[in-house]
Design a protein around this ligand. Structure first.
Ligand code: HEC
Length: 209
């Protein structure tokens, strides 16, 4: 028994030393424009899924996620803050989906969500509020969104895969746009910074590659 234990310990030690050696040598390419190593991806995916499952297990899902007002408010923030990465009905890709690795899932497709069944909204709340480190998914709770505003987004995410392009545009047009509590402050901040640099904020004419 002692021998088996010592053998297992030695195997773990060799594996840990091997992993450290590989990491230390710098051979792992972390560039976003090359495929990631399959072993590394499955390890990171496993760690991510375990972490999200554990941290979303106790989140109570509000009973009113199908409420039209919640979905209406969520639509405007989704279009302003998420669609660039997570797309919209009728939009197949964007510069961000092409450039990011891992690529953001297309949340307008029902197949984008994992089969979490009725716990899916809790998973989405956890991810939207806290983000996912080292992936490009921001922590929206950190930019001043309240829990209620994050739940509005989650409510919209449940409706999104059922919308076609016209339905999506209608929802966004009927919303209050980029309207969470701190959104105005960010806009003012951006305007100020842009003025300082001697140009208009959101000057898309300058985006000309
Ligand atoms: C800069 C790009 C970017 C923006 C902007 C962004 N996301 Fe993400 N998001 C990602 C990436 C990348 C992932 C995949 C993370 C991973 O693979 O672990 C992700 C994952 C997610 C997931 C998890 C999907 C799943 O179940 O596995 C949800 C839900 C999500 N984002 C919602 C949002 C919402 C809502 C917004 C807007 C408030 C948003 N994201 C804005 C890049 C982005």
């Amino acid at each position: 028994m002692k021998k088996v234990f010592a053998g297992a310990l030695a195997t773990v030690a060799v594996a840990a030393a091997g992993t450290s050696l590989v990491a230390h040598s710098g051979v792992v390419d972390v560039a976003a424009d090359v495929p990631h190593d399959a072993t590394l991806v499955s390890l990171v995916t496993w760690v991510r899924e375990q972490s999200i499952a554990r941290r979303s297990a106790d989140i109570a899902i509000p009973g009113d996620l199908a409420d039209g007002e919640r979905i209406r408010r969520g639509a405007g923030n989704y279009a302003a803050m998420c669609a660039g990465c997570h797309l919209a009905p009728g939009v197949a890709d964007s510069e961000l989906t092409k450039g990011l690795n891992p690529p953001p899932p297309n949340l307008s497709l029902a197949t984008a969500a994992p089969a979490d069944g009725e716990r899916l909204p809790a998973r989405q709340f956890r991810i939207v509020k806290h983000g996912v480190a080292a992936t490009g998914m921001p922590a929206w709770g950190k930019v001043g969104m309240s829990d209620a505003e994050v739940w509005d987004l989650v409510a919209f995410l449940q409706a999104l895969p059922t919308l076609d392009a016209a339905g999506y545009r209608q929802r966004v047009a009927a919303s209050d746009g980029h309207s969470h509590a701190d959104a105005g402050q960010h806009a003012a901040h951006v305007d100020q910074a842009a003025k300082k640099a001697g140009r208009e904020a959101h000057d898309h004419a300058g985006h000309a590659h």
